[in-house]
Design a protein around this ligand. Structure first.
Ligand SMILES: [Zn+2]
Length: 341
């Protein structure tokens, strides 16, 4: 039997309205299959494209969302950085103001050191540079007393440029370096001054500057006089203080008691050595309150006023001996009170 391919046909019937004629199409089966395959392919491609598009769209949205988030973050970071820079700039300004204040304080300390030297009698000439700069500064300064000045401020807005801030920072650094040098110099000077003051204080402690009695009445000064007993011209080797019986007698400087004793001329008497070659001698005492070898401090009570020995009445005969020779005690008598040096 011979196979004979006979193409099958499909009939498509289109029925418009009821009154119109029916339209028929007869198409081969193969064509129908091809059309169906093409349609399916088209559908598949459309679906694929649609899915790809949807995917891309989603990715684009995600990216946009991420970008927006990053943008916000950067904006926040920038704002925060701007604030930090502004804060730093204000701190530079504050630092420069503090450096200026430090300069003033250093000048004040220099002046204090100079005053201290003057008071201690180390360097009577005040430091001209310190005083001059100090007074010049006072002229320049605006009133800063919080009680007198109000807190009002104003003026046109003149924001500083980056260059100005940078320059201010550099100037402040230079000022601080200069201050550092000045403070170090001051430290050295103050240390030296402290040592000088300590030496001076020690010298003062062993120099008989104190009055030996509370009374300042001098009944007979140092030098030539008519002898109170014989009335013949004589030499008075000390000062007589018209103190009352049993008034305290003070050591006129720190020292060591080198002798105590009694004889017909000096009565009860005490000799104190203050430094090599410098001694004081207290005579006619009613009572001796120290012993030989005792260490005494300036102002300690060492005895009581009396009239023992060659004396016409209660008084203190006081002598200052330099290398064994009596000298006028008057130039030594500087301090009125025990706690003065
Ligand atoms: Zn005398």
């Amino acid at each position: 039997m011979k196979f004979k391919w006979k193409p099958k046909k499909l009939t498509l019937v289109i029925i418009p309205d009821a009154n119109q004629a029916v339209v028929r199409f007869r198409i081969p089966h193969l064509f129908a299959y091809l059309a169906a395959a093409c349609l399916s392919m088209l559908l598949l491609i459309s679906i694929t494209i649609y899915m790809m598009h949807a995917h891309s769209l989603k990715q684009a949205n995600d990216l946009a969302s991420k970008l927006s988030g990053a943008n916000e973050q950067w904006s926040a970071t920038l704002t925060s950085k701007d604030a930090a820079i502004q804060k730093l700039q204000n701190e530079v300004i504050q630092l420069s103001q503090q450096a200026e204040q430090m300069k003033s304080k250093v000048e004040e300390v220099k002046k204090l050191e100079s005053d201290l030297k003057s008071i201690a009698g180390i360097d009577p000439e005040p430091s001209n540079t310190a005083v001059a700069s100090s007074s010049a500064r006072k002229d320049d300064q605006q009133p800063t007393d919080a009680n007198e000045a109000s807190t009002g401020m104003g003026g046109s807005p003149n924001p500083l440029s980056d260059e100005m801030i940078l320059k201010l920072g550099q100037q402040t650094l230079a000022s601080l370096n200069e201050l550092d040098g000045q403070v170090q110099e001051l430290q050295t000077n103050l240390t030296a001054t402290k040592e000088k003051v300590a030496t001076k204080q020690q010298q003062l402690r062993i120099t008989p500057t104190l009055w030996p009695t509370s009374t300042k009445v001098v009944t007979s000064p140092f030098g030539y006089r008519s002898d109170p007993f014989t009335k013949i011209p004589s030499y008075h080797s000390g000062i007589d203080f018209g103190a009352h019986e049993n008034d305290p007698v003070y050591a006129t400087a720190d020292g060591k008691v080198v002798s105590t004793g009694k004889d017909i001329y000096h009565g009860n008497n005490i000799v104190i050595e203050h430094s090599k070659g410098l001694r004081t001698w207290y005579m006619h005492l009613n009572k001796i309150l120290v012993n030989k070898g005792d260490s005494v401090e300036k102002g300690n009570t060492i005895g009581l006023v009396g009239s023992t020995g060659r004396s016409t009445g209660a008084h203190l005969h006081y002598e200052v001996l330099k290398n064994g020779e009596s000298v006028d005690p008057k130039p030594y008598l500087k301090s009125l009170r025990k706690d003065d040096n």
